[in-house]
Design a protein around this ligand. Structure first.
Ligand code: ZN
Length: 195
């Protein structure tokens, strides 16, 4: 059984204390997190309504891990199809995979700014999007906006927050980076949900 599957079962295990079940959810996120660990966690806490006090609704963690699992299943099915084709290509001596391996991850560096639709739906869209310019979720329409993390300036999709590139910040701003870290701690404790 994969690590993801093992820890998914632990999230479901009502005999475990809620904080251990949360820890298992975090481990699942280290295995699969379409927006990066932090933004995906932020998304799941909002969509599954995970309370700050886990004891009030520990089953919210199950809702969260099941949304993540469903998105992972979408990707796994696509990857299995790709791998089958790729095996045939290797036997035929094709060195460079065509098409490329399906993407499993976007990157939403601004934790609170990410696609809001259910993760499986977004994953379907990303896998169908191909690799053209523009946002893999929204296409080219929405344009971009910039976001500074303290060390880099990210070019984000203006609608959904997916990073489309980054450049070094000149000059860097370590204080801003510290502010973002504080915000992540609050998000982790489910005390801050807004952007
Ligand atoms: Zn977008």
């Amino acid at each position: 059984m994969t690590s993801f599957a093992t820890h998914r079962l632990r999230v479901h295990d009502r005999a475990r204390p809620p904080h251990r079940r949360l820890s298992a959810l975090r481990t699942c996120l280290t295995q699969f997190a379409p927006y990066g660990l932090r933004a995906t966690y932020h998304h799941l806490c909002a969509s599954a309504r995970v309370p700050a006090d886990l004891g009030q609704d520990p089953e919210a963690l199950v809702r969260a891990v099941e949304e993540l699992h469903a998105a992972r299943e979408v990707w796994t099915a696509e990857f299995a199809r790709w791998r089958e084709r790729r095996t045939a290509q290797k036997h035929a001596g094709v060195r460079v995979p065509d098409p490329a391996e399906p993407p499993r991850r976007l990157w939403c560096p601004d934790i609170g700014f990410h696609p809001t639709r259910p993760l499986p739906e977004v994953m379907e869209r990303v896998l169908r999007a191909g690799r053209g310019p523009g946002c893999p979720v929204c296409g080219e329409g929405p344009g971009t906006t910039e976001w500074h993390d303290g060390w880099s300036v990210h070019r984000l999709c203006a609608r959904c927050g997916v990073s489309l590139g980054a450049r070094d910040a000149e000059p860097p701003d370590p204080g801003l980076s510290g502010t973002h870290e504080e915000r992540w701690k609050a998000v982790w404790r489910r005390e801050a949900r807004g952007a």
